[in-house]
Design a binder for this molecule. Sequence first.
Ligand code: SF4
Length: 317
Amino acid sequence: MLKVKNLKKYFEINQGFFDKEKKYIKAVDDISFELKKGETLAIVGESGCGKSTTGKTILRLHEKTSGDVIFNGIHIHDISKEELRQLRPKMQMIFQDPFSSLNPRMNIEKIIGEALLEHKLVSTNEIKDKVLEVANSCGLSSYHLQKKPSEFSGGQRQRIGIARALALNPELIVCDEPVSALDVSIQSQIINLLMESQEKYNLSYLFISHDLSVVKHIANRVAVMYLGSMVEIAPKDELYKNPVHPYTKALLSAIPIPDPTIKKDRIILKGDIPSPSNPPNGCKFHTRCPYSMKVCKEIAPTYKSIGDNHLVACHLV
Ligand code: SF4
């Protein structure tokens, strides 16, 4: 249902008066993948690797620099603003910070119902029933509907954000770090709600997260991003069992194990993530990779298949 082909999103940097050459932050730098109906693809990586920009560019909240985003056969970046507006209900987003994404002056009934009326998906007579039905399915009760966002906890606000997205009968939801601002005890409730909703409505999720232990519960496949590029993509069980890219191995080694008797060798990466405005030549990870070779500094690795739908971009393969 979703094809992303060679997608790039560069942001121009404001230069000084005398700088003639344009410079760009290469937030998303030539990524390709597909997402099937009812599937969850997790995109993981450190902060600043381009995960959120990928999600927003797919939904055309950012205009692309180049490449294609094809949703149910429609080239999202080539349609008119009006065609995009009509398509919006089918492609929704759940944000990391539910508080800042909910209008503090509206009550919950209005927040959930606003887009339903805007897109004329229900009549004014039916709106109350529809909002209550969706709110109930997200664990909210009728007495919650007249309250404002400030009266809710973080977990409840995220339920409201999910209800607002589900009300529009979407097919694709980009979940941008939906549980990272929540307490660990609440995270599993929200993950369960997302999984139940997926099964009920046959939803596809692009689940953006920096937390591989959260992703393990919800994803069918996992894509690992580093500095705007996808370095490894594989079915979840395969990636957790057989990580190949040195960056993926380092990320997985940082997952805590809830058993003090098991000793885990954590891979500590040297240095900081380089600036996306001036990424290293060759393999972008070579400045931090413990296995870096001469070829890594000169030639960017391309994807190679190692079977089981497992693709890796590394010269070691
Ligand atoms: Fe490390 Fe080279 Fe592989 Fe990049 S291509 S991850 S630098 S071994």
